[in-house]
Design a protein around this ligand. Structure first.
Ligand SMILES: [Zn+2]
Length: 345
């Protein structure tokens, strides 16, 4: 298996993160990517530099106005009187505002709240370059699989699965997994499945494919009553009109551990078989690990190896897209265990 990586991903270095009313160091640090790269090198995997270009299909996944905000917003923010170093919203439109005709304004403060779901996606000067670099890795890995490789690993950072078509959130700006799925569809796969085993619900991916019956989205994650993204990720969210059953959520209780986590992944794999997917995007987060700083699911290293084996057992062409995982020192080891189980190590 080849690994797609691009060093521009390291430039995004968010300084703002709000946790329980305190501003604390952000968990989503550039060292995550270098740790994963070291892990991939230790496995002897070939590292390929992804092209430094904006993927052609980005406009299939994200709206043009949102892409313009991500690309150009920081310059407008920096021109405000006494700006902070990063775009951080101080208001979001409420459902009442939207219901009564609320719309995004022309000013950057209005746009900051409109185009973000939360305060966990601070946008600095280099954020666009890093987000594009991560998307380019997902795109190049999808191209590799579309061209006949059994699998490819997109070492993406920042992660992507909380990004909606028109909104950033939860450390995510461009939805790398959705882009990989869009690429596989475009390249000829009639039905694509996304299996998201990050410990957080893949709400952005769910949102992007909500009305689509050609893409099955499956997410195994911590119960949103107690864990990010707090509002969605429940089992009854099954997809939009005409796509009922094409979105499957498996929320798990705090401290679930290997047994329930692997059973949920197995159930997801069974659904992917029933769906008749031609290709798979595996949204690979490592934050289900027991080592995770804001841990919830307490999965062991063996659990990740077994998850890799379950994904490989589908026998589908597979793009593995890196999502979260914030226990930096553990990331090389967790990647090694997952790849060992998948058979790509
Ligand atoms: Zn996560």
């Amino acid at each position: 298996m080849r690994v797609f990586y691009q060093a521009d991903q390291l430039r995004h270095d968010p300084q703002f993160f709000l946790m329980r009313g305190r501003v604390v160091p952000c968990f989503e640090v550039p060292q995550r990517a270098t740790a994963l790269l070291a892990g991939a090198e230790a496995l002897g995997l070939a590292i390929v530099t992804a092209p430094v270009t904006e993927p052609k299909l980005l406009g299939r996944v994200h709206t043009p106005d949102y892409l313009a905000f991500l690309r150009d917003g920081w310059r407008e923010w920096a021109a405000l009187p006494q700006p902070g170093p990063e775009i951080v919203p101080n208001i979001h439109p409420t459902p009442e505002m939207i219901a009564q005709g609320g719309r995004v304004g022309t000013g950057i403060v209005s746009q900051a709240g409109w185009y973000t779901a939360d305060t966990a996606c601070a946008i600095g000067e280099p954020t666009w370059a890093s987000a594009i670099a991560a998307a380019a890795c997902a795109d190049a890995a999808a191209a590799e699989v579309a061209a006949g490789a059994r699998s490819a690993y997109a070492l993406c950072r920042p992660p992507g699965h909380h990004a909606y078509a028109g909104r950033a959130g939860g450390h995510c700006f461009l939805n790398n997994s959705a882009l990989a799925a869009a690429h596989l569809r475009q390249a000829g796969a009639a039905r694509v499945a996304v299996l998201d085993i990050d410990s957080h619900h893949g709400n952005g991916t769910q949102g992007i494919f909500w009305d689509r019956n050609d893409v099955l989205t499956v997410s195994v994650h911590g119960d949103p009553n107690f864990y990010y993204p707090w509002y969605v990720g429940h089992g009854e969210e099954i997809g939009g009109a005409g796509a009922e059953g094409c979105n499957l959520n498996h929320p798990l209780p705090r401290g679930a551990g290997d047994g329930p986590w692997l059973a949920a992944i197995e159930s997801g794999c069974a659904a992917i078989r029933r769906f008749g997917a031609d290709a798979l995007v595996l949204a690979l987060g490592f934050d289900a690990s027991a080592d995770e700083p804001l841990g919830f699911l307490d999965v062991s290293d063996d659990g990740f190896a077994r998850a890799g084996a379950l994904a490989a057992g589908l026998g589908l062409p597979t793009v593995i897209v890196q999502e979260g995982g914030y226990a930096v020192a553990s990331l090389p080891r967790l990647l090694g265990r997952f790849m060992g189980g998948f058979g790509g190590g």
